[in-house]
Write a protein that binds this ligand. Structure first.
Ligand code: PHE
Length: 342
């Protein structure tokens, strides 16, 4: 009996088989339990011999069962560890993630710099009425500036003199919209997309501008100069800059000036604040009284400055990018080359 169970237990393949054997041997109606019940029918002498033997056998079977159970559990754990093994020293798989486009990055940078000087962000529509894009900015119907702007026109209804809407050619219409909506005093910047039918290394039909506008009781060109100096220093990360105001003409400012910054192009890389070259970065001026009137602001009480800057252009300068068109090609190899994608 002993050898039979010891062998069966040793060969048990799993816990279920082990439990069967336990019931068969030492369960309530198991072989050994039944024999123990026979003890009562024996004489005292016989019982003294058979009793301890049976008890010892029962103990031996129970410990064999327990030992085998532990053995099976250990084997199962070993098997699991083998199956679930992994090499934590393997290099991680490279995951490509999206990044912010350089034009968006620069827009955010510029916006943050002007926000520090108290300028709030304003917006206007990209499909703009002819009036906001031109007339309100002192560019009447047959003004040559309209032809110069290479405007994209929307559909013109039969019998209409001009189409009612254009793709805005600059962010300046946001000046009018904000003046009308908020009145004076005012300090805003308006970044956004603008459109002109033009295409070469430095022109794309869609590009980005940022408009600045400050209106108050006694704003002057000196305030404009200070604001722009602070901006250029922060944006190009230099301690000193020299600006040059070149007389110019825009219908919506009087006087008007184009602003250049002193720079050098040492070995093809731009250095701001030193050298003998001048780099044009924006158009600006004092807001024309007619523009204030279109914005429903009294020009006898208020005055202000405005400027408009090409975001893509200053992004090209800051990052040394030679061809503007690459900004809008969505070529991942190009974006990675300039560190704009992973
Ligand atoms: N709107 C002008 C342009 O598109 C720039 C500008 C804005 C000039 C504001 C003066 C004042 O070129």
């Amino acid at each position: 009996l002993r050898d039979k169970y010891i062998t069966l237990i040793a060969n048990a393949a799993d816990e279920a088989r082990l439990e069967d054997l336990r019931v068969q041997a030492v369960g309530k109606k198991g072989e050994i339990s039944l024999q123990m019940r026979e003890l009562g029918k024996m004489s005292a002498e016989e019982r003294q011999v058979a009793g301890p033997k049976l008890n010892a056998l029962k103990d031996e079977i129970n410990s064999a069962l327990a030992a085998k159970k532990q053995g099976l559990a250990d084997a199962a754990l070993d098997e699991r560890l083998r199956a679930e093994w992994m090499d934590v020293t393997l290099p991680a798989r490279h995951r490509r993630v999206g990044t912010i486009h350089p034009v968006s990055q620069v827009t955010e940078e510029v916006t943050a710099i002007f926000a520090d000087m108290g300028f709030a962000v304003a917006e206007g529509p990209q499909i703009e009425s002819d009036w906001f894009n031109f007339d309100a900015l002192n560019i009447p119907g047959h003004h040559p500036a309209r032809a110069e702007m290479d405007t994209f026109y929307t559909h013109r209804a039969p019998g209409e003199d001009r189409p009612p809407h254009v793709l805005r050619t600059h962010t300046s219409p946001v000046q009018i919209r904000t003046m009308q909506a908020q009145g004076a005093p005012l300090r805003i910047i308006a970044p956004g997309r603008v459109y002109r039918a033009d295409y070469d290394q430095t022109h794309t039909p869609m590009f980005h501008q940022i408009e600045g506008l400050a209106i108050d009781k006694d704003i002057s060109m000196a305030n404009l100069k200070w604001v722009l100096e602070e901006f250029v220093k922060a944006f190009f990360e230099v301690d000193d800059v020299e600006l040059r105001f070149r007389a110019s003409h825009f219908p919506f400012t009087e006087p008007s000036a184009e602003v250049d910054i002193r720079c050098s192009w040492e070995g093809g890389t731009l250095k701001v604040g030193e050298g003998d070259d001048w780099l044009e970065i924006l158009g600006s001026g004092m807001v024309h009284p007619k523009v204030l009137e279109a914005g429903k602001i009294d020009p006898n009480e208020w005055q202000g400055f405005a400027f408009g800057m090409g975001i893509d252009r200053i992004a090209m300068l800051k990052y040394g990018i030679p061809d503007l068109r690459a900004f809008f090609d969505s070529d991942l190899r190009w974006l990675r080359h300039y560190g704009f994608a992973s």
